[in-house]
Design a binder for this molecule. Structure first.
Ligand code: IMP
Ligand code: MG
Length: 188
């Protein structure tokens, strides 16, 4: 089946491309100040984090490495995060003694990032912090320390700028809210 044009699913643009780019530049500047002289490694959670990572790293002026991880949540197919995640792609870099910054698209219940942090801590990074673009703060079930946060958003299902609807529309340069009457059509 060929996916429909994104306009069919878009209720409203929540965060424009210009707003995202301005905030990402600020975050990059902050990270550059904070990590001066440290051995920064950005770890991007695939696939949602890729647009954020690639824009963010262009605003980070200190030397840094990048690596990628992919996760699957058990019981995927539901919009509710179960809290259980499985690593489907592991890092190719050793993180021992490095200053690790996780780059993630969105935090919702907090279970995904909690699991990722527990997993990474077993490898003894020198420091471990989180940079998240979107925070659905009112949905939090477990507290996660967020060192950098782009935007706090309401409890709405969003897509674009890395976030997908059934694997489509990650390329959109803005964050959009899904039309309520279309939500049922997606398993994500
Ligand atoms: P958590 O474990 O509940 O914090 O969920 C985090 C994950 O849920 C993210 O990595 C996303 O994959 C997914 N997610 C949560 N809310 C949204 C949304 O509004 N749009 C797309 N994905 C979402
Ligand atoms: Mg995700």
């Amino acid at each position: 089946m060929i996916a429909a044009d994104y306009h069919d699913y878009l209720e409203q643009v929540l965060i424009s491309s210009e707003q995202i780019q301005a905030r990402v530049a600020e975050l990059g500047a902050e990270i550059s100040r904070d990590y001066a002289g440290l051995d920064l490694l950005l770890i991007c959670i695939l696939r949602g984090g890729v647009l954020f990572l690639s824009d963010l790293m262009r605003h980070i002026s200190v030397p840094h490495g990048v690596d990628f991880m992919a996760l699957a949540s058990y019981g995927s197919g539901s919009r509710q995060s179960s809290g259980q995640v499985r690593i489907t792609l592991d890092l190719s870099t050793s993180i021992g003694s490095r200053d690790v910054l996780i780059v993630e698209d969105i935090i919702d219940s907090g279970h995904t990032l909690t699991s990722v942090m527990e997993f990474l801590r077993t490898r003894y990074p020198r420091s471990l912090e989180v940079c998240v673009l979107l925070d659905k703060a009112e949905r939090r079930e477990v507290q996660v320390p967020l060192r950098y946060r782009g935007f706090v958003i309401p409890n709405k299902f969003v897509f674009g700028y890395g976030l997908d609807l059934d694997e489509y529309y990650r390329n959109l340069p803005f964050i959009g809210v899904v039309r309520a009457d279309k939500l049922g059509s997606f398993p994500c």
